[in-house]
Design a protein around this ligand. Structure first.
Ligand SMILES: [Zn+2]
Length: 337
């Protein structure tokens, strides 16, 4: 099969083509697994974290990609959950403990990092971690639901835990946040959403999707916010998000790693202004099978429309470079023949 393979760790600033387009051995489904012919795979910021070594794969080379949509083409022994021809998706969770806290388990195995993922024509996954894709979504539209959407959904649940939230900030507005905004509009129509983004065209995009207001990251929102979800790779937005919270408000950081470049921005953190008054900070880690399955159902029910830019598989390096450069409107998806 054809695959885009990561062979070495390095900064995208020096290596603009970190992945190689190669012939790769066809995977075979083990007991309890399904073999999937991949049609589309989303491009996630986590791939940059892998390539640049912030969450490095334990073994190289590896096939990246953890937002894969395709059809089941072979069943491993004892695999009974899906049939040949079923359209399924795979997310960041390749396998884990199977309980409610499987996202935090030592048994967590990440798709496209710990095992080969979806930047390829074929991939395997345990049948429990393949989810039926609702008919409402074509392959490309479904791909970003599997990580950007599902982890956004988990972030939203953490942000709104305890109830009583009426205003939400979205710090950064890329693949995940544009799906969170639509999810909030559908599930919590009374909640006012303020989007923080540097690029005026991105702020316009957010307002078009139903944001109540949009401004620069260092501008105060129209009202103190009950919760903020930060999807940026930087540190300054953490301080800016905390400054926007009302007393008792919560910041949820939806990022697997933060980059080091602006870490000195944390010296601007004031206990009195940013943390006191029972403000809290929570990270969101990984994903459970239940999060993904629930979000796919909710996305179809709510009529969520992912905005996607597509690239051929062999152009994955260009998609990653544009993501690194912050050229983001919605989500990026690789199409695979
Ligand atoms: Zn992801």
């Amino acid at each position: 099969m054809k695959a885009m393979v990561l062979r070495r760790i390095g900064s995208l600033d020096t290596t603009r083509e970190p992945l190689d387009y190669v012939d790769w051995p066809d995977p075979r489904p083990a007991r309890g697994e399904v073999l999937i012919r991949v049609a589309a795979c989303g491009v996630c910021h986590t791939e940059l974290d892998e390539i640049e070594g912030r969450t490095p794969p334990p073994r190289l080379p590896v096939v990246l990609g953890h937002q894969a949509v395709g059809r089941v083409v072979e069943l491993g022994a004892d695999a009974t959950r899906h049939r040949i021809g079923d359209r399924v998706g795979v997310g960041w969770i390749h396998s884990s403990s199977g309980d409610a806290r499987e996202n935090l388990s030592d048994a967590f195995v990440a798709t496209g990092r710990d095992v080969d993922g979806g930047y390829a024509q074929l991939m395997t996954v345990p049948e429990r971690y393949a989810y039926r894709i609702p008919d409402a979504f074509d392959d490309a539209a479904a791909a970003p639901l599997l990580c950007a959407g599902a982890i956004g959904f988990r972030s939203l649940e953490l942000a709104f835990a305890g109830g009583g939230r009426r205003s939400l900030g979205l710090m950064g507005f890329g693949g995940s946040a544009h799906l969170v905004l639509q999810t909030v509009r559908g599930l919590h129509p009374d909640v006012r959403v303020h989007v923080f983004a540097r690029d005026p065209s991105v702020r316009d995009f957010a307002l078009g999707l139903g944001a109540s207001s949009a401004g620069l990251p260092d501008e105060p929102p129209p009202e103190p916010l009950d919760a903020v979800i930060d999807t940026t790779p930087a540190w300054r937005p953490v301080v800016q998000s905390l400054a926007a919270l009302r007393p008792g408000g919560r910041l949820v950081i939806n990022a697997i790693r933060k980059e080091e470049a602006d870490k000195d921005a944390l010296l601007g953190l004031s206990y009195e202004r940013h943390l006191w008054m029972e403000r809290d900070v929570k990270s969101v880690a990984n994903i459970t099978a239940r999060d993904i399955a629930e979000f796919l159902g909710a996305a179809a029910r709510l009529g969520i429309r992912p905005e996607v830019t597509t690239y051929p598989l062999r152009d994955a390096n260009r998609a990653l470079a544009e993501l690194k450069d912050g050229k983001v409107r919605g989500a990026k998806v690789l199409l695979i023949d």
